[in-house]
Design a protein around this ligand. Sequence first.
Ligand code: PLP
Length: 438
Amino acid sequence: MKPRSLSRDDIVRLDRAHVWHPYTPVDTWETTAPIVVARADGSSLYDADGTRYLDGNASWWVAALGHGHPRLKRVLRDQVEILAHCALAGIAHEPSSALAEELVRVTPRGLNRVFYSDDGSTAVEVAVKIALQTWQHRGATNKTRFVALDGAFHGDTVGASSLGGIEIFRRPFASVLFDCVRAPFPDESAYERAFEAIGDLVKREHRTIAAVVVEPLVQGAAGMRMYTPEYLRRLREITQAHDVLLIVDEVFTGYGRTGTMFACEQAAVTPDILCLGKALSAFVPMGATLVTDAIYDTFRGGTDRALWYGHTFCGNPIGAALAREVLAIYEDEQIVAKTVSKAKRINAAFDRLGAIPGVARVRTLGMIGAADLEGASGYLGRAGWRVYEEALRRGAYLRPLGDTVYVCPPLVISDDDLDALLTIVTESVRATVGDGRI
Ligand SMILES: *Cc1c(COP(=O)(O)O)cnc(C)c1O
């Protein structure tokens, strides 16, 4: 049977009647005209009305290899024919075992064990539980607290959002979130002070701290806030010296986004636990949590020491097969090396953007460029959304983070598309700050 094909108006009608959208105020949704994406290709999204939009954020930071890569489509089809799903409890299969070996090979040295889950949030949940249980195995039962940074985002399940430091995301759930110790964000000018604060905390309270959790070099959801690799390097030293685990969440920064395959590499750091998601498996949800042998080995020695934890789709063969092909494409097409010249274009464009009156601050790292609009009023600011509307009119999807306007395009975006995207960003910002409405 052919799937029913709906008109654009029907899609919007059914959507408004029944779909609850993520991160979207209900009233706003009901009163604004949505884009209706009918298909996507490369760095472009195509509306059902035929309009093309450049995908300025790689579809929520996922489509590092763009849309519709022919090798990924082929692997998806092939894997469905062979094995679409089976449990991972008591069963091994080729995609998940081969992928584990490949992930161990590409990630920082020393991470030898892979626990699979469903997405970025669960990759973090797994990390939290592994950290807690590891300290129980080691007899340090007081080590139950976590430290995370102001503005952190580690996902939306209850455990992951307990680590989160974005107030508006936490507030409704504060009563059930677990206690997390907050450390200051290492902003450029305040980096030394921020390091001292977390250093003092770790020194003073390491007996009760299970782990420090960070997004390496860039806090994505907080507004593409960037910090120096030096902070991460020193954080690794201080956590190691005081027996505190370091959990690095590369769900966003991994897979070349910051100019190296993993952001940790820029600080020459191996964390105790590494979380992966998003670009990991191209377009099928999947998470992976990598740990050291030292952690894994504490789970030996009896049934009560097992990790009694797992998700239904752990290591699902389709996601794993895609994730393997993603890594093969990175290698064959030299994806990360080829971002160097594109990152320079992003950097130059945002430098120029910084000179526009009304733009408070700009920053770039690898394939990320961000600009804070003046008078920025945080996540609920409206100026970013005016830029969004201007950009839509000019042919780009540029969802802001409050009053931070950013690009984070597919790493494989062509130079022409990238230049077009950067021109749209500039024109849209100019149109917004130029109208005197900020
Ligand atoms: C998106 C994100 C997550 C959560 O991933 P989901 O797949 O949305 O659950 C976790 N950590 C970071 C740093 C992220 O950017």
